[in-house]
Write a protein that binds this ligand. Structure first.
Ligand SMILES: Cc1cc2nc3c(=O)[nH]c(=O)nc-3n(C[C@H](O)[C@H](O)[C@H](O)COP(=O)(O)OP(=O)(O)OC[C@H]3O[C@@H](n4cnc5c(N)ncnc54)[C@H](O)[C@@H]3O)c2cc1C
Length: 480
C-alpha cells in the first residue's frame, strides 16, 4: 500500500540515479555549497561498480596479464597453466564489494548528501516522487535543478525463443560464477569483445557472432581485424556477417541453440546478447514534463535538457558517450553549471563560464577496450574526419618497429594510426591496437584536445624504450 509521508523535503539539487555520474554531480554541487539529495533504486555506485566496468575489468586483468607474461622470455614457461577461475571470481566479488554498497554510502554521507532509497519519478517541474522499498512515498523538491542520471540497460532483440532461453546480458556476463563449457556471444561491440576475451581465458569455448563485417566497428577497421585474428588464434570461432533469427533452449538447464539466418545454427551452454543499450527513462515520469518516456535525453553542452531551465540529463542517459569517464566529465561540468546558475551567474555563454561546456564529447572521447590485444582510440577515425569535411591524412605504424614494443612482448603485434588535419597540422584522432596499448591513449587525448601543432609535438620527447615511442615513429612517418 502506498503511504505518503507528510514532510516534503526541499534541496537545492535533486539527482535521480546514484551511478558514478549521479555521485559526481552531487559531489560537485555540494562542493559549491548547495544542498543535494540523491535517489537510488538499486545499489549506490550504479552499473559501473557492480555489473560493468569494475567486474569486467576484474575478470579481464588476469587474462591480459597472463597473455603478456606468455610473451616474455624466461617467464612464459611458468604461466602455461589455466587460470584459477575460482580465484578470479573471488577477486571479482571483492572488487564489487560483494554487491553491497556500504562503502559508497559512507562516502556520500561524508560529503553531506542525503540518500533516498527507492524508485524516483518526475512529478512535474523541480519535483521528484520517491517510492521506497516498502511502498512509502516521499516528495522531493529542488530549488534549482533536477539531474537525471539513470544510466542505461542492456537491450535484447525481439527474437523467437529468446525470452525463454535465459540469455545472459552484461549483468550475467560480469557476475556469473561458473564457466560455461561453450559460450555463444552475440555482438561484436565493446561488451561482446571484452566478455568473449574474458570467458575464453577462463576456459569457455567461445563462438562470437557478429552481424556486421568486423569487430569494434566504431574504431578504425584494423583494430577489429587484429582483435578477431587474436581471438581466432586462441581458438574462438569468430563469424562476421551473420544474423541470429531464433534461440532455442532445451529445458531449464539444457543447452542452447542459436539459429542463424540461412539455416545454420550454433550450440552452446550459455548465450550472451551484447546487442546494445537503451536509456533507463521508461518509468521516470518524463511524460509529466513533456518528454517522451523511454527516450534518450537531448542536452546542450552544459547537460541541460533541451527546452528546460531546470532539468539536466547526465551520463549514459543522454547518449553522448556511454563511458564512465566521459559521464563523470559531464557530471563535473553539469555540477559547475548548476552551481553557477544557482549563484546567479546569468548566461554561461558569456565567456566567463565558457569552460562549463562538455566540448570533449564532440571530438575527443577516449576509449580503451580491454581485449587481447588491447584497443584504444580517441578523436576521429580517418573515415569520420573525411565525413566531417577535414582534409585529413592517416599515418600508420606497425608497432613492431617500436623498440619498447619488442621489450614489452617478444614478437609484438600491433598497429597505430594518427589522423592529421592537413590544413592546421594538428592531430584529429589516434587509434592503437596491441598489448599494453591502453596507456597510450591519454597522450593522444592531450594532443587532440590541446590541438597541439605537429611542429610542437616533435618536442614532446617519449622515453626510451617505451611504447610511447610510437609517437616519434608516427611523426617521422608523417614527415616522410
Ligand atoms: C559490461 C560493461 C563494461 C563496461 N566497461 C566500461 C569501462 O571499462 N570503462 C568505461 O568508461 N565504461 C564502461 N562501461 C560503461 C559504463 O558502465 C557506463 O557508461 C556508466 O555506468 C554510466 O554511468 P551512469 O551513472 O550514467 O549510469 P549507471 O552506472 O547505469 O547508473 C545509473 C543508476 O541509476 C539508478 N536508477 C535508474 N533509474 C532509477 C530510478 N527511476 N530511480 C532511482 N534510481 C534509478 C540505477 O539503479 C543505477 O544505479 C561498461 C558498460 C558495460 C555494460
Amino acid at each position: 500500500m502506498t503511504r505518503t509521508v507528510e514532510d516534503a523535503r526541499e534541496y537545492d539539487v535533486v539527482v535521480l540515479g546514484a551511478g558514478p555520474v549521479g555521485e559526481n554531480v552531487v559531489d560537485r554541487v555540494r562542493a559549491a555549497g548547495l544542498s543535494a539529495a540523491i535517489v537510488e533504486s538499486e545499489l549506490i555506485g550504479g552499473e559501473c561498480s557492480y555489473w560493468a566496468c569494475m567486474p569486467s575489468k576484474a575478470l579481464l586483468r588476469p587474462a591480459l596479464a597472463r597473455s603478456d607474461a606468455r610473451k616474455v622470455a624466461g617467464l612464459r614457461e611458468s604461466v602455461y597453466g589455466p587460470l584459477d577461475a575460482l580465484e578470479v571470481f573471488t577477486h571479482r566479488d571483492e572488487v564489487v564489494g560483494h554487491w553491497k554498497d556500504a562503502g559508497q554510502v559512507d562516502w556520500l554521507n561524508s560529503v553531506g548528501v542525503r540518500i533516498h532509497r527507492g524508485h524516483g519519478r518526475l512529478l512535474g517541474p523541480r519535483r521528484v516522487g520517491v517510492t521506497g522499498p516498502k511502498g512509502e512515498h516521499h516528495v522531493l523538491t529542488a530549488r534549482h535543478a533536477v539531474a537525471v542520471c539513470t544510466g542505461s540497460r542492456a537491450v535484447l532483440p525481439e527474437l523467437p525463443g529468446l525470452a525463454g532461453a535465459r540469455p545472459w546480458t552484461s549483468r550475467e556476463a560480469t557476475s556469473a560464477d561458473r564457466v560455461p563449457e561453450r559460450l555463444i556471444v552475440v555482438g561484436g561491440g565493446v561488451v561482446g569483445v571484452e566478455m568473449a576475451t574474458a570467458w575464453q581465458a577462463l576456459g569457455a569455448k567461445v563462438t562470437l557472432l557478429v552481424r556486421g563485417g568486423g569487430l569494434l566497428p566504431r574504431m578504425e577497421p584494423f583494430v577489429g581485424e587484429h582483435v578477431a585474428a587474436a581471438l581466432t588464434t586462441r581458438g574462438a570461432d569468430v563469424r562476421t556477417g551473420v544474423t541470429v533469427s531464433a534461440v532455442v533452449r532445451d529445458g531449464s538447464t539444457g543447452p542452447v541453440t542459436v539459429v542463424l539466418e540461412g539455416g545454420d545454427h550454433v550450440d552452446g551452454d550459455e548465450v550472451l546478447f551484447a546487442t546494445g543499450r537503451a536509456p533507463r527513462t521508461e518509468d521516470i515520469g518524463l511524460e509529466k514534463v513533456g518528454l517522451e518516456p523511454g527516450s534518450w535525453l537531448d542536452v546542450d553542452d552544459t547537460l541541460r535538457v533541451t527546452g528546460s531551465d531546470w532539468l539536466y540529463a547526465v551520463g549514459d542517459v543522454n547518449h553522448r558517450a556511454l563511458l564512465t569517464h566521459q559521464g563523470k566529465y559531464q557530471a563535473r561540468i553539469a555540477g559547475a553549471a548548476i552551481a553557477a546558475r544557482a549563484q546567479g551567474a546569468g548566461s554561461l555563454d558569456d565567456g566567463r563560464w565558457g569552460a562549463h561546456a562538455a566540448t570533449a564529447d564532440h571530438s575527443a572521447v577516449p576509449q580503451v577496450v580491454f581485449c587481447d590485444p588491447e584497443a584504444a582510440a580517441v578523436g576521429l577515425s580517418l573515415a569520420e574526419a573525411e565525413r566531417a569535411g577535414f582534409r585529413a591524412r592517416a599515418v600508420d605504424l606497425d608497432m613492431g618497429q617500436v623498440a619498447g614494443a619488442g621489450l614489452y612482448a617478444q614478437g609484438y603485434r600491433g598497429h597505430a594510426r594518427m589522423v592529421v588535419d592537413l590544413d592546421r597540422e594538428v592531430v584529429l584522432g589516434a587509434s592503437f591496437v596491441g598489448p599494453g596499448i591502453g596507456e597510450l591513449v591519454h597522450s593522444a587525448t592531450v594532443a587532440v584536445v590541446g590541438e597541439v601543432p605537429i611542429a610542437r609535438l616533435w618536442h614532446a620527447v617519449p622515453s626510451y624504450p617505451t611504447l610511447s615511442e610510437a609517437w616519434l615513429r608516427l611523426l617521422e612517418a608523417y614527415r616522410g
